[in-house]
Design a protein around this ligand. Structure first.
Ligand code: PMP
Length: 354
């Protein structure tokens, strides 16, 4: 307990929140944060650092990162005015919640899902409404639609984390068509599912799609993400970001790797193959359960339970995510698909627990 009068200084919604935490231990194989297992090749890193050495470090970055926005617009085949860039997609999500939610407003999301949505909504003093996934981690459409229809803001993660399930575009369209408020579809794992709601943006101006450079693009060490939406909405959402939010190194890294999209797509294709190979091997083991996933991670249950599974893997230098505190995931850990030798190492440990 603190001796400080924190109640006088800090909002109760924040005092009541648990800090965002991640369980760490020393590791050889990092399979806990859905990052890419492949670092960028030396020659491409040099290209980034050479470009960084050429610019003036004493100058602010551009107020609106026009060059990166234009390059992204070309890749997405959208107008640049529809793109809002942030320090990771987290920052774009924070800006959107900030400009949309007033105290008491309803914000709807799934349970379980990425916990940052709730954290942001609570800090805006909104009322969090959740639609529980069923026992197979599928979305319950009949439960979801009335909730999203009545929400000022809906945030859907597709594919969802930590479960890996994918909602159909038909359902997303129904949500957008029936919602009076805004609907954000977080496509952080799009590169693995290849299913996107971007095609619905023309028809539904209340729809926003967010993406990140942190996962398949292998740039989590820089902080870069973006949202695409109607251009008039983007002007308003921009007001939720602080000026000069994205630093020059992140801009340069983002611009550079857009020249190497093929490498990103090839790696994502390998991860998808590895994911399916792992799941096929793991489900043959007695008492081991996994769930189908359209992302670069999947949920895993072993007869040992989540705590022991985490510890047994950590003992062999393999770090996974203990998600047993997430609603509906009490027996599970989340495994990020790694490079083939890392995946083999994980399968060997799980085989000993079966
Ligand atoms: N959305 C989802 C579903 C995520 O899993 C993450 C990262 N854990 C993010 C958004 C945020 O990613 P970033 O801020 O690195 O773009």
């Amino acid at each position: 307990m603190s001796n400080l009068p924190l109640q006088q200084w800090i909002k109760p919604e924040v005092l009541d929140q648990a800090p965002y935490r991640i369980r760490l231990s020393g590791y050889r194989h990092k399979m806990n944060q859905n990052e890419s297992p492949w670092d960028w090749p030396e020659q491409i890193k040099k290209e980034v650092t050479n470009r960084l050495a050429e610019v003036e470090w004493n100058r602010y970055p551009p107020l609106v990162p026009l060059e990166l926005r234009a390059r992204l617009a070309e890749y997405l085949r959208l107008s640049p005015e529809m793109i809002l860039l942030g320090k990771g997609s987290n920052e774009v999500l924070a800006a959107l919640t900030k400009v949309v939610l007033r105290p008491g407003d309803r914000m709807c999301t799934l349970a379980p899902t990425f916990p940052v949505y709730r954290m942001l909504g609570e800090q805006m003093q909104s009322q969090i409404i959740t639609s529980d996934l069923d026992s197979a981690y599928a979305v319950d459409e009949a439960d979801l639609l009335p909730k999203t229809a009545a929400a000022r803001l809906t945030i859907l993660c597709n594919p969802n984390s930590p479960t890996g399930n994918l909602m159909s575009l038909d359902l997303i369209e129904k949500v957008a068509a029936t919602a009076e408020g805004l609907v954000i579809v977080d496509e952080a794992y799009y590169d693995f599912s290849r299913v996107t709601a971007i095609g619905l943006l023309d028809k539904y101006p209340n729809l926003v799609v967010t993406r990140t450079f942190s996962k398949a693009c292998g740039l989590a060490g820089f902080r870069l993400g973006y949202a695409v939406m109607h251009s008039e909405l983007a002007v308003q959402a921009q007001k939720g970001l602080l000026p000069y939010n994205i630093d020059v190194p992140s801009l340069i890294a983002g611009q550079t790797i857009l020249d190497y999209r093929q490498l990103v797509d090839d790696h994502a294709g390998n991860i998808v193959q590895e994911r399916d190979r792992m799941i096929n091997r793991l489900i043959e083991l007695t008492g081991v359960r996994t769930w189908p996933s359209q992302a670069n991670f999947f949920l895993l249950e072993t007869p040992a339970g989540p705590g022991e599974t985490f510890s047994a893997l950590a003992g062999k230098g393999i770090l996974v995510r203990d998600v047993s505190a997430y609603p509906g995931c009490s027996n599970a850990v989340r495994v990020t698909v790694g490079a083939p030798h890392e995946n083999d190492a994980l399968i060997d440990v799980v085989a000993e627990l079966a």
